[in-house]
Design a protein around this ligand. Structure first.
Ligand code: GTP
Length: 598
């Protein structure tokens, strides 16, 4: 097809507003996927995603559509992940499009995360088509939601489409709008090749599969390509389109979307945002906007059984093939032994990796509380970064500590403003602004340390607002603060993996809360166990776990063997998630206790 009949678009929607359902509908109505081969929600392909009901990785689909004007069009849908941790990937997939459907649940309204993505779309000059989904619901209020979109986003909603992805209402209208409102790509086939990578994944047989949009020029099977950011070169083994399964083609031109396989060993070599050009006819400049994804949150991962260390290393290596943003380095802890210090984009990314290590690789791990990356100026004037609290230089060796700071935008029904402001205040937040969006809905803007956000901020916001508030945050830079290292001593030994960097004014309260929490979490032993919190050499709180008096088996009166076995089984199960620290067994929950205070 000529470029004038290509349309590249994506769907922006808050979680659960119906993006996947609509995508499935579009595939079905255009005959791209037959109803019978339609698995529920074609676009979310990872099991983990389906279980959690969120979209993590993006995918793409090419549809042929015969419009009412009688012409055949190619519509490329580029999916976007729906979580803050992956906003860079969203920005790259939007950069590959000329338009976007803004899908809003007509019974709910605009959410913070949707807004963030709408602004990304506006920055990328996309044509935005508002779609009010779920109008079949009795609670749908399309007019109110239209006003809200106009007010908040400043988008004309007079032509907003009333739709129900579930009932199939408004789907033709959406397809016609894509054809008529989304501009075709520019025809730059004559220029040197530049293709934007918006996704990539590792395939065991073919190496990394790269999804891209050709921005300029032409790419053919057999071409030798050069990746402008990674500097690597590869020969294309396979070139194709996604309809939505991979179908090989000979060449792709400016405006088209497709995939390549080129025996690329790891996604690191073909990162999202990188520019593909031809080795023998290079483009002068890469496409704008490439940023190497930087981990923001770190934690330690230690096998419970030290013998599993090599397995953990292999598993991380394999996950890394498919996840350029995952970072890891060996770490030796005096309390925990050998493990890895791992870096992630955010908490969700961290949880996903943990879950895969345990589920897909059968590893039993102890994971330490997440930490952000601090910037420390030493007394010799050197600036170092610290991602592990236990490595913080002693007070007499450092001049200042700076911590990453974020701006959080929360959108909430008015009635929860009070309790959310309390939350902001409580987490060392600085109140910046409050905007009344539409009657009943408010945006609260706070600046606060990232460390306070990566703990349970999101959960707190959700529970305080009974699920109605939504949030979005972005990094705004580093701020100096009065931070200290809080050490925890178990049985008189400092446990490096329990150390935390906390604000000076909060240290006493946290120390007390933490030792009493640990007292609850650590089981009794044959001996008594002192637990202390300390700043430097000063103990600020202490508790003591009394010794166990009786053997558990004593309760069984000797006789009942099966009962005894059951009890032993139970103990063994309980032990699975324990790590021996010195002579004390410490359960997994203890390492996360610092996140669960109050
Ligand atoms: P993520 O994949 O997590 O981003 O969510 P999503 O936005 O893709 O939402 P999804 O399509 O999974 O829809 C969420 C829920 O809303 C599902 O239970 C759908 O069946 C339902 N749903 C989607 N569209 C409609 C609609 O038009 N009407 C009604 N009544 N329900 C809908």
């Amino acid at each position: 097809v000529p470029v004038s009949r290509i349309r590249n678009f994506s769907i922006i929607a808050h979680i659960d507003h119906g993006k996947s359902t609509l995508a499935d509908r579009l595939l079905q109505v255009t005959g791209t996927v037959q109803a019978r081969e339609m698995k529920e929600q074609f676009l979310d392909s990872m099991d983990l995603e389906r279980e959690r009901g969120i979209t993590i990785k993006l995918q793409a689909a090419r549809m042929n559509y015969k419009a009412q004007d009688g012409e055949e069009y190619v519509l490329n849908l580029i999916d976007t992940p729906g979580h803050v941790d992956f906003s860079y990937e969203v920005s790259r997939s939007l950069a590959a499009c000329e338009g976007a459907l803004l899908v809003v649940d007509a019974s709910q309204g605009v959410e913070a995360q949707t807004l963030a993505n709408v602004y990304l779309a506006i920055e990328n000059d996309l044509e935005i088509i508002p779609v009010l989904n779920k109008i079949d619901l009795p609670g749908a209020e399309p007019e109110r939601v239209k006003d809200e979109i106009e007010e908040i986003v400043g988008l004309d909603c007079s032509g907003a489409i009333h739709a129900s992805a579930k009932a199939g209402i408004g789907v033709d209208e959406i397809l016609e709008s894509i054809v008529h409102l989304v501009p075709p790509p520019e025809d730059t086939t004559d220029k040197p090749l530049r293709a934007l990578i918006f996704d990539s994944y590792y395939d065991v047989y073919r190496g990394v599969i790269v999804y891209f949009r050709v921005m300029d020029g032409t790419v053919k099977t057999g071409d030798r390509i050069h990746l402008m950011a990674s500097g690597k070169e590869f020969d294309i083994d396979e070139l194709g389109v996604l309809s939505p399964t991979q179908v090989q083609v000979g060449e792709l031109h400016a405006g088209e979307v497709g995939y390549i396989a080129a025996s690329i060993k790891a996604v690191e070599d073909a990162r999202v945002g990188d520019t593909i050009t031809l080795a023998k006819a290079e483009a002068a400049d890469p496409l704008p906007g490439y940023v190497e994804a930087k981990p923001m949150v770190f934690c330690g991962m230690f096998p419970i059984d030290a013998d599993q260390f090599p397995d953990l290393r292999d598993a991380l290596e394999r996950l890394k093939l498919n996840d350029a943003a995952l970072n890891y380095e060996p770490e030796t802890s005096s309390a925990m032994g050998f493990g890895f210090r791992c870096g992630f984009l955010g908490l969700l990314h961290m949880e996903i990796v943990q879950e895969r290590l345990e589920r897909e690789y059968n590893l039993n791990l102890i994971i330490t509380a997440p930490s952000v990356v601090y910037r420390v100026t030493t007394n010799t004037g050197e600036v170092i970064t610290i991602d592990n609290p236990s490595t913080l230089p002693e007070p007499n060796h450092r001049e200042k500590i700076e911590e990453p700071s974020v701006q959080v935008d929360m959108i909430t029904p008015e009635e929860f403003v009070g309790t959310l402001m309390e939350l902001g205040q409580d987490r060392r937040g600085e109140f910046k602004d409050m905007k009344y969006l539409t009657p009943g809905r408010t945006t609260l803007i706070y600046q606060l340390p990232l460390a306070e956000v990566v703990t349970d901020f999101f959960d707190q916001m959700k529970s305080r607002s009974r699920g109605y508030a939504s949030m979005e945050y972005q990094l705004i830079g580093y701020r100096e603060n009065h931070l200290v290292k809080l050490d925890i001593l178990i049985n008189e030994d400092p446990v490096d993996s329990l150390a935390a960097i906390v604000h000076r004014d909060k240290a006493y309260g946290m120390g007390r809360a933490l030792v009493s929490k640990l007292k609850e979490l650590i089981p009794r032993h044959q001996f008594k166990i002192p637990i202390q919190a300390a700043i430097g050499s000063k103990v600020i709180a202490s508790e003591r776990i009394p010794a166990l008096r009786k053997d558990v088996l004593a309760k069984c009166y000797g006789g009942d063997v099966s009962r005894k076995r059951k009890l032993l089984e139970k103990q063994k199960k309980g032990k699975k998630r324990m790590k021996s620290v010195g002579s004390v067994d410490v359960p997994q929950e203890a390492f996360m206790a610092v996140l669960k205070l109050k």
